[in-house]
Design a protein around this ligand. Structure first.
Ligand code: ZN
Length: 350
C-alpha cells in the first residue's frame, strides 16, 4: 500500500479517537473528506499518474475514504449518546409524587350532597342505581300513569329527540324498569325493593333564581308488604337529619302527582328561622322539599307487581334544591355557572 495512504490512515485513526465533541468531529470530516480535504486531494492528484498506477492507487484511496467515513459515523453515534447521557445527568431530580403547586380542584356542591345522600341510604339498605338521561315516552310518562294528552305533562315539558325519545324530566323515569327488575325477586324471595336513583333531569323552561332547565334529583322507592306512609316519613326524616346534622321536622301536605296515590308535598321546617317565619319561608316556617307518596296501583301493575299484595312509597328529592339549602346558595344559576370562585368554596363536611 502507498506510504502516503498508510500514514494518512494512521493519522485519521489517532485524531478521531482523540475527538471529544461533535463540532470538533465535523472540522475533521471537512479536513479529510471536504472539497479541499486531504483525501479528496489524493483523488484529484490521480490525474498525473499512469493508467496502471491509477488503478491500484484509486482502489487504495477509495478504501481509505470508506474507512474514514465509517469511523466518523461510529464517532457521531458514540458522541451523540454521550451528550444525551450528560444532559440527563445534568437534569435536576424530580419527585413525581410531590403534589403540584397549582390549586387543587373541589367537588361540586351537588356532588357533595348526592354522595352524602347515597351513603345515608346505603346504610339503610338501599341500592344506588344509575339510569340513562335519554329515555322513552313510555318510561318517562306512560308507565307512570301519565297517558298521552294528560294535563300533567304540561308541568314537565322537556326536550324531544327526532327519534321520539326525550331527555328525562324527572328521575321517576327509572321507576318502571326498577320495579320490573327487582319485582321478580320480591315475589319469589320476599326481599323488598329498596333503591335510590340519582340523576340529571331536564325541563323546557325559562331560567330564573329558582328555576333551571337542567337540575338534579334523587328518586327513591321502597316496595314490600305493608309499606305505609309512616315508613316514608321515617326514611325522609332520618336522611334529612343526617344531611343537615340536626333534627329536622318534616310535614306532609296533600299534592297531586299521577304516579302516587295518595300524593304529598314534603316540607321541612325552615333552616334559616327555625320555624319562626322569615322571608325565605314566606313567613310560614316551612320549606317545600320534595314530592312523594304511595306508589299508584297502576304504576305497580305496569311494573309487574300485584298492588293487592304489595305497597310502596316513592319520593323525588330535589338534589339541586337540597344543595342550595345546605350551602345557602340563593341563585340556582350559580350551580351551573362553572364559576370556580362560586363553586370551590364548598367542602365535604364528613
Ligand atoms: Zn324561615
Amino acid at each position: 500500500m502507498n506510504e502516503q495512504i498508510i500514514s494518512l490512515q494512521t493519522e485519521v485513526s489517532e485524531k478521531l479517537s482523540a475527538v471529544t465533541d461533535l463540532t470538533e468531529l465535523d472540522s475533521l470530516r471537512v479536513a479529510y473528506l471536504g472539497k479541499k480535504g486531504s483525501i479528496t486531494a489524493l483523488l484529484k492528484g490521480m490525474k498525473d499518474l499512469s493508467a496502471e498506477e491509477r488503478k491500484t492507487f484509486g482502489a487504495e484511496v477509495n478504501q481509505l475514504k470508506e474507512f474514514t467515513t465509517q469511523k466518523i459515523e461510529e464517532k457521531v453515534k458514540e458522541l451523540g449518546e454521550k451528550e444525551i447521557a450528560a444532559e440527563i445527568a445534568a437534569m435536576p431530580l424530580i419527585d413525581i409524587t410531590t403534589p403540584s403547586s397549582c390549586e387543587c380542584g373541589s367537588y361540586h356542591p351537588i356532588t357533595l350532597v348526592q354522595r352524602q345522600c347515597e351513603t345515608i341510604f346505603k346504610t339503610m339498605g338501599f341500592a344506588v342505581i344509575d339510569y340513562p338521561e335519554i329515555v322513552t315516552d313510555y318510561e318517562c310518562f306512560e308507565a307512570l300513569n301519565i297517558p298521552k294528552h294528560h294535563p300533567a305533562r304540561d308541568m314537565q315539558d322537556t326536550y324531544y329527540l327526532d327519534n321520539g325519545q326525550l331527555l328525562k324530566s324527572h328521575t321517576s323515569a327509572a321507576q318502571n324498569a326498577i320495579l320490573k327488575k327487582y319485582g321478580k325477586e320480591l315475589m319469589e324471595t320476599g326481599k323488598p325493593i329498596k333503591a335510590i336513583f340519582p340523576g340529571r333531569c331536564f325541563r323546557n323552561e325559562a331560567t330564573d333564581a329558582c328555576h333551571e332547565n337542567t337540575f338534579f334529583q334523587m328518586e327513591g322507592v321502597m316496595v314490600d308488604k305493608d309499606i305505609s306512609i309512616s315508613n316514608l316519613i321515617y326514611f325522609m326524616k332520618t336522611m334529612l337529619s343526617e344531611v343537615f346534622r340536626k333534627d329536622i321536622k318534616v310535614r306532609l301536605r296533600p299534592g297531586f302527582f299521577p304516579f302516587v296515590e295518595p300524593g304529598f308535598e314534603l316540607d321541612i321546617s325552615c333552616l334559616i328561622c327555625g320555624g319562626e317565619g322569615c322571608p325565605s319561608c314566606k313567613q310560614s316556617g316551612w320549606l317545600e322539599l320534595c314530592p312523594c307518596g304511595m306508589i299508584h296501583p297502576n304504576v305497580l301493575r305496569e311494573g309487574g307487581i300485584d298492588p293487592e299484595e304489595y305497597t310502596g312509597f316513592a319520593f323525588g328529592l330535589g338534589l339541586t334544591r337540597l344543595a342550595m339549602m345546605k350551602y345557602g346558595v340563593k341563585d340556582i344559576r350559580n350551580l351551573n355557572s362553572g364559576s370556580l370562585k362560586a363553586l370551590s368554596q364548598f367542602t365535604d363536611d364528613e
